[in-house]
Design a protein. Structure first.
Length: 139
């Protein structure tokens, strides 16, 4: 991989994530799309889930739930095939959040239970608070 391209990817991811967290939200789309496009183009699969997770979060906050879901499904495919359990857990948590917004309680339960099981099995207990927050939000 071209390190210049990787620098551009990290710059776009950082810019996009800052816009998602601090605004303006609309400014996140271009950098996040570029980061995902570059990661896909270069075949750098180890970091592609980072870009997809960031873009899914942006799309979710923008109310574009179907697009967020598509990004998250892609993360799951990559994570499950590459043994990337942290990304898989994060995707399950974000899918649970999408289900809350879509009012899909049964599907929410499936995703939150999968995320919780992954956290317990892998020891990624930093995500315990996210699991609990989503459970409380769904109640």
């Amino acid at each position: 991989m071209n390190f210049g391209m990787l620098d551009q990817v990290w710059g776009d991811l950082l810019t996009g994530r800052l816009c998602v967290s601090r605004g303006p939200l609309a400014s996140a789309e271009g950098p996040l799309d570029r980061a995902v496009e570059r990661l896909t183009m270069t075949g750098y699969q180890d970091d592609l889930p980072l870009g997809l997770l960031a873009r899914a979060q942006f799309r979710m906050q923008s109310g574009r739930l179907a697009e967020a879901r598509a990004d998250l499904e892609e993360v799951l495919e990559l994570a499950e095939s590459g043994e990337m359990k942290l990304y898989e857990a994060e995707a399950q948590l974000l899918l649970a959040a999408v289900c809350i917004r879509e009012k899909k309680g049964t599907e929410f339960q499936k995703h939150i239970e999968r995320a919780s099981a992954l956290v317990n099995r892998t020891g990624y207990h930093l995500l315990d608070a996210d699991v609990e927050t989503l459970r409380q939000s769904a109640a």
